[in-house]
Design a protein around this ligand. Structure first.
Ligand SMILES: Cc1cc2nc3c(=O)[nH]c(=O)nc-3n(C[C@H](O)[C@H](O)[C@H](O)COP(=O)(O)OP(=O)(O)OC[C@H]3O[C@@H](n4cnc5c(N)ncnc54)[C@H](O)[C@@H]3O)c2cc1C
Length: 481
């Protein structure tokens, strides 16, 4: 739907000549996020520098019923920051100021385009950090983290983004500026901050975020334990948690992933292992040392082939290198992959791993696994060759099958990446008609004219006023087979 010249003129008046990307080649950069399956370039990209400019753009678009798509750094993995219906994309990456650092109240207020890691860098010399650490933290924006409720390797101990957001400034789809939450704990009224975190730009645009800062731990220990099988490694995970130890991170990698990492990154993970656990403990030094010993013992008792404890920061960095570069390393095994993000209760990890193997066999695909084992948050990578359309179809079928398997085991369709365009169709697997209709009505409170990020998160946004009817029933136990 091409925009009228009046709207473009008006946008130019609000933002000045450098505040718009309107050329075909310029807009192409914004046609997808990191889930490159889904493409849709906006008609124009607006790059505001202040909340007032965001408000003016939203009011203009609302008046003309033009869709708006918010965008942070575009690292999302869900088809979120792309424009299937065209319209105006609002890129927040010129709003990168740290507005306030308030260590006495353990808080900072930032603009949404600030890169996650920049906040930690701004406070680390004073002994503080911002805990949510998606593996994309060197490039993803805090506004994007808030809108997807991002997780990361250290969320097992520290919690997900929602646990660190104290307050938000939101420009709703109605063009109002609302301030949700704030630094003071236990505020009166509804917890609207909690409602808005993870809303994926469907309520409006986050224009400021007040976050919690934490004090850096005195000591850190990183351990790599290798096992003959994924089942043994899963049992070690359960035993560590059952011993009352909550590691800062507890990541698992399977055999195929270990091979890719060793070939692609030189991280030197044990070659013959069927699974590797990367375990990080942090806290007061004496406690960390005692826990590290206990964890090593538990791993050995559960059949670990090898247990390595990083002796210094460079060894620690090498152990993490493999994990952090895992997705890139998979390029050694196949030209393309579908990356899934789903969750099962931790106790069902061995079972879901068996199910994944059966799915891989049935659909004749390879599946490499790297996941946040402590949270039961899986990231299977389904490998395929995109030059072969038949292989792509098999990969897609395996992708759907493994989502069904997770739901059938009491899990969810997303652990941390969100829903976006990709999984809107899958939401009825997890929620009933009444739940989805309630969410659709809530969305309309913030966005009465349905202009905010249409097609994302809920399965029937265009019809949400008329009520949602699920096309498929929820998945019964064992239905994936
Ligand atoms: C290599 C790699 C590793 C990753 N690792 C992780 C990980 O460990 N954990 C994890 O959770 N994710 C991970 N991700 C996914 C992604 O980085 C996160 O979802 C991140 O939070 C997205 O931030 P972004 O700034 O790129 O947002 P975008 O991709 O630009 O946007 C994401 C969604 O939020 C909306 N949005 C963005 N900014 C705003 C705003 N200011 N107001 C309202 N809505 C907004 C967009 O419309 C879109 O729906 C990874 C991605 C990559 C490429």
């Amino acid at each position: 739907m091409p925009l009228g010249p009046g709207l473009l003129d008006e946008l130019r008046r609000i933002l000045g000549p450098d505040g718009l990307v309107a050329s075909a080649e310029g807009r192409l950069v914004y046609e997808c996020d990191m889930h490159t399956f889904y493409k849709g370039a906006p008609d124009v990209v607006a790059l505001p520098e202040s909340t007032a400019e965001v408000v003016a753009i939203v009011r203009l678009c609302r008046g003309e019923r033009v869709p708006i798509v918010p965008r942070g750094s575009g690292t999302g993995l869900i088809g979120g920051a792309m424009a299937p219906l065209g319209g105006v994309m609002i890129g927040l990456n010129r709003m990168t100021r740290i507005v306030e650092i308030d260590l006495a109240n353990r808080a900072a207020t930032v603009q949404p385009g600030l890169i996650n890691l920049w906040l930690t860098r701004a406070v680390q010399e004073r002994g503080w950090f911002f805990a949510p650490d998606p593996s994309s933290q060197m490039v993803s924006s805090i506004g994007g983290n808030v809108s997807t409720n991002a997780g990361g390797p250290h969320c097992l101990k520290y919690g997900i983004t929602a646990n660190h957001v104290l307050g938000l400034e939101l420009v709703t789809g109605a063009g109002e500026v609302v301030r949700l939450g704030g630094k003071v704990a236990d505020r009166a009224g509804y917890d609207l901050t909690g409602v808005a975190v993870g809303s994926e730009g469907t309520f409006g645009l986050v224009t400021a975020v007040t976050v919690r800062l934490l004090h850096t731990a005195e000591a850190v220990q990183t351990i790599l334990a290798s096992f003959g099988s994924i089942e043994e490694a899963s049992e070690a995970v359960s035993a560590i948690i059952a011993a009352g130890i909550i590691p800062a991170a507890l990541e698992m990698l399977d055999e195929l992933m270990i091979r890719a990492i060793n070939e692609g990154t030189g991280a030197g993970y044990p070659k013959d292992a069927g699974a590797v656990l990367l375990i990080e403990l942090d806290g007061p030094r004496a406690e960390v040392l005692a826990q590290a010993e206990r964890v090593a013992t538990i791993c050995r008792e559960r059949g670990a082939l090898d247990v390595r404890v990083a002796r210094d920061e460079s060894e620690r960095a090498l152990l993490w290198k493999g994990r952090k570069e895992a997705a890139g390393a998979v390029g050694r095994l196949a030209p393309t992959y579908l990356l899934q993000d789903c969750v099962v209760p931790r106790s069902r990890l061995p079972e879901i791993m068996r199910a994944l193997r059966a799915i891989a066999e049935r659909h004749r695909v390879q599946i490499a696994n790297v996941f946040h084992a402590g949270d039961g948050n899986l990231h299977p990578l389904i490998l395929y060759d995109d030059r072969n359309p038949e292989e792509l179809e098999r990969a897609k079928a395996a992708n759907e099958a493994l989502l069904h398997a997770c739901i059938a085991m009491g899990g969810t369709i997303t652990g941390e990446h969100g829903v976006g365009l990709d999984k809107a169709k899958n939401l009825p697997l997890q929620y009933g008609e009444a739940d989805l209709n309630f969410m659709a009505r809530l969305r309309r409170i913030f966005d009465p004219d349905r202009i905010m990020n249409p097609g994302k998160l809920l399965p029937s946004h265009p019809a949400c006023g008329e009520g949602f009817r699920p096309a498929r029933p929820r998945v019964p136990e064992g239905a994936w087979i």
